[in-house]
Design a binder for this molecule. Structure first.
Ligand SMILES: *[C@@H]1O[C@H](CO)[C@@H](O)[C@H](O)[C@H]1NC(C)=O
Ligand SMILES: *[C@@H]1O[C@H](CO)[C@@H](O)[C@H](O)[C@H]1NC(C)=O
Ligand SMILES: *[C@@H]1O[C@H](CO)[C@@H](O)[C@H](O)[C@H]1NC(C)=O
Ligand SMILES: *[C@@H]1O[C@H](CO)[C@@H](O)[C@H](O)[C@H]1NC(C)=O
Ligand SMILES: *[C@@H]1O[C@H](CO)[C@@H](O)[C@H](O)[C@H]1NC(C)=O
Ligand SMILES: *[C@@H]1O[C@H](CO)[C@@H](O)[C@H](O)[C@H]1NC(C)=O
Length: 371
């Protein structure tokens, strides 16, 4: 789960300021692979994916991501579940909204080169990249590229120019890449916050029986505010061990409180054991639909969030709006960097980009049928 720690001015949009749902930034772009294996829809707000249709074992297409029927809710829903956008400039947590460049442990608030990002009180208007109005830079029947200029927003140093490209390919493939350049040295850590339910609420109501494989022997150890302690949990013998494929709910009774009381389930940063640019780091499938997802990525880590905090009306195609998405309705699988590495020098991870170093992010989602 992304609870961005920064917030600018709380800006609650009144209905009168909203344009018709088909107009920018809620303009829908539909991409379909020529072989009909995959169709995805996007809007400019947050470069967000709003629907993703792939075929189940009966050849019927299902929309396997959560979302809204009314995409203006991406900006107005106070619950802000962050349905499938690009999240930045720095996803997940920044301890006390503070960091320094170069990074230091517990930077002095008034020290040199120390930056303060306003703290998110969980109620205000969070204006990260997911709530910015990106523009379309390029488009084809199988690809769309969105552009966003983050002009030193929220107290971060320098301008960051980002291009996010979503593309579909034959064989049930969705690929998202982000390229970002910065005018000054700045932290950048992005993710794509997709909520998956591979049954699309046909034949099951939650993801606890989805099978999950994560190639990670370590999980970032965090405090009660989900801030890294600087060490790792060895997953061996724990509820975090998804190296042998397990059902997500395999030891669910033991997960009470692990994602911050009263939260049950997972909201953790798993560190990949291998480079998963070519071979999948995460595999997810359901026996009900038969749909299987393999994810490859350039990222070194993945956040697994089983959506404890959800309570939002479902899309019609998922049985809404009378039924809600609730706890465990989906699993968010967020390809990312080490969380809060900019305040955790122990990790030895450089997340400072700048004029000399562009940021690259790429993940590929491949769909097939489980055996
Ligand atoms: C948190 O940051 C604020 C400035 O934004 C500073 O005044 C305060 O001392 C910091 N708290 C800690 C515990 O470092
Ligand atoms: C994004 O577009 C909406 C709808 O036009 C507008 O109300 C909002 O102010 C825009 N947001 C930003 C950050 O410019
Ligand atoms: C950053 O963006 C702002 C707003 O577009 C612009 O005025 C400024 O010149 C940019 N700064 C740099 C260094 O590119
Ligand atoms: C979890 O706990 C509930 C309530 O105590 C119990 O009914 C259920 O059988 C337990 N499930 C597992 C898998 O242990
Ligand atoms: C994996 O290797 C690719 C290609 O060399 C590289 O671009 C990528 O950053 C690496 N990823 C990780 C997590 O080390
Ligand atoms: C669905 O969620 C909304 C928003 O949180 C809430 O107002 C409503 O009561 C919920 N509906 C049901 C049926 O729980």
């Amino acid at each position: 789960m992304i609870r961005a720690v920064y917030v600018a001015v709380a800006s609650v949009l009144s209905l009168s300021t909203l344009v018709a749902a088909t107009e920018w930034p809620f303009d829908v772009t539909t991409l379909s692979a020529p072989d009909g294996s995959i169709t995805a829809k996007f809007v400019s707000v947050g470069a967000t994916m709003t629907e993703l249709w792939v075929k189940d074992r009966h050849g019927e297409a299902r929309d396997i991501i959560l979302g809204y029927d009314d995409n203006t809710k991406l900006l107005t829903d106070p619950a802000h579940p962050v349905f499938n956008p690009i999240v930045g400039r720095y996803a997940n947590r920044i301890k006390n909204g503070t960091f320094s460049i170069p990074i230091t442990k517990d930077p002095q608030p008034d020290g040199p080169n120390v930056y303060h990002i306003p703290l998110n009180d969980h109620n205000g208007g969070i204006l990260g990249w997911d709530r910015r109005n990106w523009t379309i830079a390029a488009k084809s029947p199988t690809s769309v590229t969105y552009h966003h200029l983050d002009a030193a927003d929220e107290g971060f140093p320098g301008n960051v120019t980002a291009y996010a490209t979503h593309a579909v390919e034959n064989g049930g493939i969705l690929k998202t890449t982000v390229h970002a350049t910065a005018t000054e040295e700045t932290p950048i850590m992005l993710t794509q916050h997709i909520y998956w339910n591979l049954d699309a609420f046909q034949g099951s109501e939650d993801i606890l029986n989805h099978h999950l494989h994560v190639d990670a022997s370590r999980v970032v150890d965090v405090d009660g505010d989900a801030i890294p302690l600087g060490d790792f949990i060895d997953v061996t013998g724990t509820v975090f061990d998804f190296r042998p494929t397990e059902k997500i709910g395999f030891r669910f009774n033991e997960t009470v409180g692990l994602c911050g009381a009263p939260c049950q389930g997972y909201d953790h940063c798993f560190i990949y054991d291998h480079n998963h640019t070519v071979t999948p780091g995460v595999t997810l499938w359901s026996d009900v639909s038969g749909i299987k997802l393999d994810i490859t990525t350039t990222n070194p880590a993945v956040q697994i969030y089983t959506a404890y905090w959800l309570d939002t009306p479902r899309k019609i195609v998922h049985g809404g709006p009378s039924l809600n998405y609730t706890s465990f309705s989906a699993v968010a699988i967020e390809q990312e960097g080490y969380i809060d590495a900019i305040n955790t020098p122990e990790f030895g991870i450089n997340q400072i980009y700048g004029p000399e170093m562009d940021f690259e992010w790429s993940s590929t989602y491949k769909f097939s049928l489980a055996d």
